[in-house]
Write a protein of this length. Structure first.
Length: 168
């Protein structure tokens, strides 16, 4: 595992970002916020990053302007961080456009984004791989929505009423 470059100015400063969509996921043993943060802390420690802040969120990945992502943008714009560490790319965004927009915002602020499940964005092959991950993430979400809608239509045709409260 590569140590964070210090450029002679001390350890790289990182923000840790973890997100789940639902309260049930927040406490699930495998996808919980605490498990994501634990893995991110371990990576930061072994790679030589100084953790500036941890940002856990329980909100749908469909949202582009979450409080957590806005906080990261503020930290990046103020020069308080060098790196964003995220557990998986799909924790940042569930669409390719939002993923690319966030990465570009961070690049313009001079901030690197590293996912524990991806490649470095500093190489052409890494950027390609990470874009493919974003495409798969968007497909996965769209496919899930289609499957759920199909199930609701089938339930309605069978004469049953299915109501799921709208989520933001």
């Amino acid at each position: 595992m590569e140590k964070a470059s210090t450029d002679g100015y001390g350890p790289k400063r990182a923000v840790l970002y973890a997100r789940v969509s639902t309260e049930a996921q927040a406490t699930d043993d495998k996808t919980s916020l605490s498990e994501q943060l634990l893995a991110l802390r371990k990576y930061a420690e072994t790679s030589g990053y100084k953790i500036v802040e941890e940002i856990p969120e329980e909100i749908s990945g469909r949202k582009q302007d979450t409080e957590g992502l806005e906080r990261i943008r503020d930290l990046a714009d103020s020069g308080e961080i060098d790196t964003v560490l995220v557990y998986k790319w799909n924790r940042l965004a569930r669409t390719v456009a939002r993923f690319e927009t966030f990465l570009l915002e961070m690049k313009l602020a001079g901030v690197n984004v590293i996912s524990l499940d991806g490649q470095s964005n500093e190489t052409a092959s890494g950027r390609m791989f990470n874009r493919l991950m974003a495409v798969f993430s968007e497909y996965q979400r769209d496919d899930l929505v289609e499957t759920m809608q199909q199930g609701k239509r089938g339930t309605a045709r069978a004469g049953n009423i299915s109501h799921t409260p709208a989520r933001d």
